[in-house]
Design a protein around this ligand. Sequence first.
Ligand SMILES: [Zn+2]
Length: 462
Amino acid sequence: MSEYGKEVNAAITAFEKRVGSTRAAYAEELPLACETAHQPLFLPTPGYYLKALLCEKLASEKKGQGVYGLIDNDLSLFASLRQTHLPALNKNGSTAIGFKISSTDEKKAFNFIPKPSKEEWENALEKISDSYEKDKTRELTEILWNAYNRGCNLAEVNAFSTARICRELLQTKTLFFLYSDLQETGAFGAACEKLADRNEEVVREYNSAISTTNSTMKRLSENETLFWCQCECGAKATIWKQKEGFVAACASCGKKAEFYDVKREAKKISPKAVARSLILPQVLGTTAYVSGAGAFSEDEGAYGVVAFKLAKALGWPMPETFVWRNKDYYSSRTRSAAFYAAKKLFPNISPKPLEATAFLATEVEKLAKKVEKYRTTLAEAKASQKRDEKTIQELKASIQAEQNKLTAATTAFELLKKNYSVVDLCSSIGWSKAKDDWTAALRKAPTVNREYFTEYSTQTLH
Ligand SMILES: [Zn+2]
């Protein structure tokens, strides 16, 4: 257990009480061994829940427990905090279900966003349950209503439903806590102070890590720190180191606050993404971490790589890190409709989702090339000195026919390939079957040692 065992226990216990669980506090059980983290999202894709499954497996291998930190005090910029996507036979291949927040609220921490009105919540839940057989969504709907009634803000509603889905529908033992609760105990203070003491070095190494990774992350300015200060207006203020002490400047309301002691202000201070990776293992006392693949992808900023490079430069220990990349193949009501639309075009298409997706990928490519080739021929025919109107009309008709096929094949392909809300998969095949399939796939998964993490890679056929 870390020296913050008491604070961590308080945050976990506070969460358990509010989520309505009768589970005993973790201190009486096994030590925390593996950590994972995410903003509390509204019914996102399965990967968000798979973090809990992998976390539990790794923790049990280390004879300890898994813990899922829900970053409820992050900024409210992502649509996935308040919107989920189900498949639909339209040109986007999906329909969004969720809630709008004002542009003023987007600048606030997520735990400052009010929950939607009862009517809005009811409408969203009805749209979900109307998309499936009633008894397939009954348990989920009960969990969502319970979370709605208990949560004081949208972040809590999502966090409570996440915990109960993981516990009751996916049968995981993973513990949960809210970052705002842990921050409230002051547990981040000492580690934040350690980084703040070396801020000049931190800025230099952080920027150097960014420049060597093609990361799209913003460089730190001179004296900028890796922490936020929670402003009273709800927004998060950047903290700057001064000659003596610090100043937090809120870009939203313009308020400035000066302070001298990071530890004393710890209840207001939270680490940004890179600092989170360095600080949380120390606070939780964990030696393994389940990360999302995006943290190491340059398209998404590669903040995981920046964290590892910064830690190395500072001589700061990092946990053993794991990523589970999974692709689900399953049949749902809308996916079947997409499949049968494709079967009209390609009667020989395999009914197996994996084979059908691969087949459509090839067909889409072939059709696109065909259309392109017709277009070139048409352009040549138009430019020819012996311009033949009949040939031109025939070519135009052929282009139209192939283009129609291409559009239909692309729609079906996108629908079979895309990741949707966990609701689509689990309301179609059942939560316990989904979990069994994932567990079986993970058990057989080959592991690949990447530069910064160990990767489990699975294709789950449900
Ligand atoms: Zn402010």
